[in-house]
Design a binder for this molecule. Structure first.
Ligand code: NAD
Length: 487
């Protein structure tokens, strides 16, 4: 085992970058810390502009051959990567839980199988990707998807491998080469993905992984003139910096950003169902971009809804995410915990009341919190907290519910609880949101467009939307005339 290998629960992980099919170390490392107990897992290569340039050069060199590889062969390799993920679900799950603190049972049962599915889905979609030819005054129009080139993919820490492979799989399927930059708080599973892809036969340089702080390596990636696409999932301030950096080359961007999504509970709703949907918002210790963090509840049922919510939330177990009985794990980092508590303490100082929670617990845990008496224009209602902190407001009319729901700068998702289909249709039509769930939450299908409006993002991922982003679409118009007669 090399000095660059660390082990997590018996799983060996290389801490170096993966560039051009080789492991490359940086002169310096940065510490990777587990949110479960604050212990240092190991030192990870701390990338600089030099490694960024090397990774882009490797991706550029590998691009022509990968772009020319047949669709069937690309699909075959993507399925082999999915096989590799499936074989290592247990290892990937324990490593991810140790690194980001999300529940081990969720990783095992849901997240890692979906990582494999991401590769299978885009492999299969690639094979059926087509647009029917059409005619213009006797001329044939043929639409094709040409691979765009080296693609920089930058991802966050809340669902590291899941969100990375949402981008890696369609980018590779489309025939692009990739430079993946995972978040510095969760660098580990991206390194394992590099191993899995190499074992599956992905040629050297097609997938590159660079580690490091976004503030140190990010700009060298996003401003590089040889980069043809940038796909980013993360926060709004970082997205703005990336957009500025990409502007120099007009590099196309896909941005999946934050949210402050509402859960609208109407008096005609099945209240038990509404409460179940509400309690789900503490999933992943509230570190979910799609979370419906603003409860908007019709006045006549607000008291009963709150009573049932408090009772149900009180049954949640908070603790070690490796324990099968745990419902809520730790928050990712001491800095994030400080940020969360800052939001809550400022809200309370401004007159909000914590119905439950409102404080830190031992270690890196924050008590599940529900705040009432919050003003619509207050920070706690307008800003994304990204922790287990929810707010509750009431409304008197449907119009007021829609107005409150739409009154933030975000537009990622919205969840409705109502027993009336006509109301659901009417309200949905007025909501600004990339996804609306009615009487359900987090039902996701890769065929569906996914993304946000306003400050929640630019563009959509999923199905053909991903391919449209990662490709240069070409329309070929062919005349019926002018051909040599070889008859
Ligand atoms: P972040 O913006 O701090 O970091 C995201 C990534 O950007 C990291 O890899 C980081 O290293 C990198 N980065 C930082 N500065 C950079 C720079 N100057 N240039 C290039 N890259 C840079 O976000 P985060 O705290 O890791 O993630 C939380 C945010 O992500 C929340 O706002 C959340 O809502 C959002 N998110 C959105 C979705 C979605 O699909 N819409 C999904 C998950 C998370």
């Amino acid at each position: 085992m090399s000095e660059h290998t660390i082990t997590v629960a018996g799983v060996a992980i290389d801490t170096r970058h993966w560039i051009g099919g080789e492991r490359v170390a940086s002169a310096q490392t940065f510490p990777d810390v587990s949110p479960i107990d604050g212990s240092t897992i190991g030192g990870i290569s701390r990338g600089t502009a030099m490694e960024a340039a090397a990774a882009v050069a490797a991706a550029k060199a590998a691009f022509p051959a990968w772009a020319a590889t047949s669709r069937a062969e690309r699909a075959r390799i993507l399925h082999a990567i999915a096989d590799g993920v499936e074989k290592r679900i247990e290892e990937l799950s324990i490593v991810e839980t140790t690194d980001n603190g999300a529940l081990l049972r969720s990783h095992r049962r849901g997240v890692m199988p979906r990582v494999a599915h991401n590769f299978r889905f885009f492999a299969d979609w690639l094979l059926k990707l087509e647009h029917e030819d059409f005619e213009t005054r006797g001329h044939t129009n043929h639409v094709s998807w040409d691979p765009a080139g080296p693609s920089v993919l930058i991802t966050p820490w809340n669902a590291p491998l899941m969100l990375a492979t949402w981008k890696v799989a369609p980018a590779l399927a489309a025939g692009n080469t990739v430079i993946l930059k995972p978040a510095e708080w969760t660098p580990l599973t991206a390194s394992l993905l590099a191993d899995i892809a190499a074992e599956a036969g992905l040629p050297a340089g097609v997938l590159n992984v660079v580690q490091g702080y976004g503030s140190e390596i990010g700009d060298a990636l996003t401003s590089h003139p040889d980069v043809r696409r940038i796909s980013f999932t993360g926060s709004v301030p970082t997205a703005k910096r990336i957009a500025e950096s990409a502007a120099a080359n007009l590099t196309p961007l896909s941005l999946e950003l934050g949210g402050k999504s509402p859960l609208l509970v109407f008096a005609d709703a099945d209240l038990d169902l509404a409460v179940d949907l509400a309690v789900e918002q503490y999933d992943n210790a509230g570190q979910v971009c799609l979370a419906a963090t603003r409860f908007l509840v019709e006045e006549s049922v607000a008291e009963e809804f709150t009573r049932r919510f408090v009772e149900k939330a009180g049954q949640l177990t908070q603790g070690d995410p490796r324990d099968a009985a745990t419902d809520i794990g730790p928050n990712i980092h001491p800095l994030q915990l400080e940020k969360i508590d800052g939001f809550v303490q400022r809200a309370v100082a401004a007159g909000s009341r914590a119905v439950i929670g409102g404080h830190r617990k031992d270690g890196q845990y924050y008590a599940p919190t529900l705040l009432t008496d919050v003003a619509q224009d207050s920070e706690i209602v307008q800003e994304e907290v990204f922790g287990p902190v929810l707010t509750l407001q009431t409304f008197a009319t449907e119009d007021e519910a829609v107005r409150l729901a739409n009154d933030t700068r975000f537009g990622l998702a919205a969840t409705l609880a109502t027993g009336a289909p006509e109301r659901a249709e009417r309200v949905t039509a007025q909501l600004v949101a990339g996804t609306v769930w009615t009487n359900c939450f987090f039902v996701r299908d890769l065929q569906a467009p996914f993304g946000g409006s306003r400050h929640s993002g630019v563009g959509r991922e999923g199905g053909t939307w991903s391919f449209d982003f990662y490709c240069d679409l070409k329309n070929t118009v062919t005349s019926p005339n002018g051909w040599n007669n070889h008859g």
